[in-house]
Ligand binder design. Structure first.
Ligand SMILES: C[S@@+](CC[C@H](N)C(=O)[O-])C[C@H]1O[C@@H](n2cnc3c(N)ncnc32)[C@H](O)[C@@H]1O
Ligand code: SF4
Length: 442
């Protein structure tokens, strides 16, 4: 067990998180006692464990104590077997938020030095993050804190996939109709303080297409009336068992120009055990979407699903590349509360060493550039999720949302709204995640 003696709950939480991310396999077995005392100019730290007995005085020089302590622990534990050194001491969801500030104000060579000295981020990770940052350049340059984007959440799915922890409910006609009605009221009643059109529109989920043609068309109609269309309008169509030709045509006729069709894996033995539909017909739907004329198709994949070997994962990536979609998003499986896999105490024992590196090489060699990155806790491999795009096809919404570059107005269950306040800070408001509450509130 890890024990930490310190009065700040925030600091303790951040250090527990550090150990969980850096030593995921050993985290539960670790026996370490930490005593930390933070004074104005110095941190006294004592670490006691089986193979460790260290005490140190760390000088505070214009840095947050969190970073100084984590850097010290990083150096102390970095030669442990299975230590995950990726992203150095950073454990947050948006690694580029902090790092982009370093890239912005320093040369590339100096950035490398700063990022290693401060956060222990290795050369390979910095190179990759820099590449992501450069691929965001156009969207970053065109972004403005005066712009806004609209996100609409649809929390229904054809079935619940075993790995999924999202707040989503299996399709239910009555609930979906009521949800549509309330959602439409929310959108209509929203007091819009922006004069211009949005920078992007995004309907996500769940599975938006599972709410049915009529409901989805009504929702889109009210969105377009309230906000007007814009250059990027995404609707997630992730589950092919939620599709029909009429829905795709309706989306196209309403100006939707980016959709996703998500195989997650092309290994049929794996997909069939996830309470999710087979990918046998995905080629039919992909070709249909092309025929109907969607400019941008995204495919989501997850690495590390039960029964997947490193080879079968790389094989799925190769199959996705063969489809030649404009975007491919590669996630690493996260085992989170609320998913069946987590409840069933699923443990992944596969050897995925070098999988991340090889997946990146494969994508780069196939002309896909990484354009956004985020990390998830409780991941079975490393924690990163990377969105790739062919040249010129980076998604505006994914970049401005992930890097918090612009205002986002969120509608629907669990959606978050982030609006810049007069002090230059994003004010976040999170909608309730309770479906019954959402349906019965009026
Ligand atoms: C919000 S989900 C919606 C996608 C859509 N309903 C579908 O299933 O195709 C977005 C993506 O997150 C990824 N995802 C979902 N659960 C995950 C998990 N436990 N670990 C890693 N990625 C996950 C999947 O790739 C999924 O397509
Ligand atoms: S992965 Fe997608 S389809 Fe499956 S339950 Fe989660 S949101 Fe629904």
């Amino acid at each position: 067990m890890i024990t930490i003696e310190n009065e700040s709950e925030g600091l303790k939480k951040s250090i527990f998180e550090f150990f969980r991310m850096k030593l995921p396999k050993d985290y539960k077995k670790l026996d370490i006692d930490l005593k930390i005392k933070v004074e104005e100019k110095v941190i006294y730290i004592e670490v006691l464990g089986n193979r460790i007995k260290e005490s140190e005085e760390l000088i505070i020089k214009g840095e947050s104590p969190h970073f100084i302590i984590k850097r010290f622990l990083f150096d102390l534990f970095s030669n442990y077997k299975d230590f995950d050194s990726s992203f150095g001491t950073l454990t947050g969801v948006r690694p580029l938020k902090l790092i982009s500030k370093v890239f912005e104000s320093n040369s590339y060579e100096n950035s490398k030095k700063i990022l290693f000295d401060k956060y222990r981020i290795n050369r390979e990770d910095i190179d990759f993050l820099y590449r992501v940052y450069k691929n965001q350049e156009k969207v970053r340059n065109n972004s403005s804190t005066k712009n806004y984007n609209v996100y609409v959440h649809i929390p229904f799915c054809p079935s619940r996939c075993l790995y999924c922890s999202f707040d989503t409910t299996v399709e239910n006609k009555e609930k979906m109709n009521l949800y549509t009605k309330n959602l439409i009221e929310d959108i209509k009643n929203y007091k819009l303080d922006f004069l211009s059109e949005p920078n992007s529109l995004y309907i996500g989920g769940g599975t938006p297409t599972s709410i049915g043609l009529n409901n989805l068309e009504k929702i889109i109609d009210v969105i377009l009336k309230k906000f007007k269309n814009t250059k990027e309008f995404t609707v997630e169509c992730g589950r092919i068992d939620s599709l029909n030709v009429e829905i795709l045509e309706m989306l196209k006729n309403n100006g939707v120009n980016r959709i996703s069709l998500n195989p997650q894996t092309f290994n049929e033995n794996v997909i069939n055990k996830l309470n999710r539909t087979s990918n046998e017909n995905i080629k039919y739907w992909f070709d249909k979407a092309r025929e109907i004329g969607f400019d941008v198709i995204n495919m989501d994949l997850i690495m590390g699903l039960p029964g997947e070997s490193k080879e079968s994962i790389l094989n799925s990536i190769k199959k996705a590349i063969e489809f030649s979609p404009e975007n491919i998003t590669i996630h690493t499986l996260a085992l989170k509360n609320g998913s069946k896999l987590f409840e069933n105490n699923y443990i992944n024992k596969e050897d995925y060493s070098d999988l991340l590196r090889e997946s990146k090489t494969l994508m780069l060699n196939s002309s896909y550039e990484p354009y956004y990155i985020y990390r998830q806790k409780k991941s079975v491999i490393s924690s990163e999720n990377v969105g790739y795009a062919k040249k010129g096809y980076s998604s505006i919404y994914n970049i401005v949302m992930m890097e918090e570059l612009e205002n986002i107005i969120g509608f629907g269950l669990g959606a978050s709204t982030k609006i810049l306040d007069s002090r230059g800070k994003f004010n976040r408001k999170l909608n309730s995640k309770n479906l019954e509450e959402y349906l019965t509130r009026r």
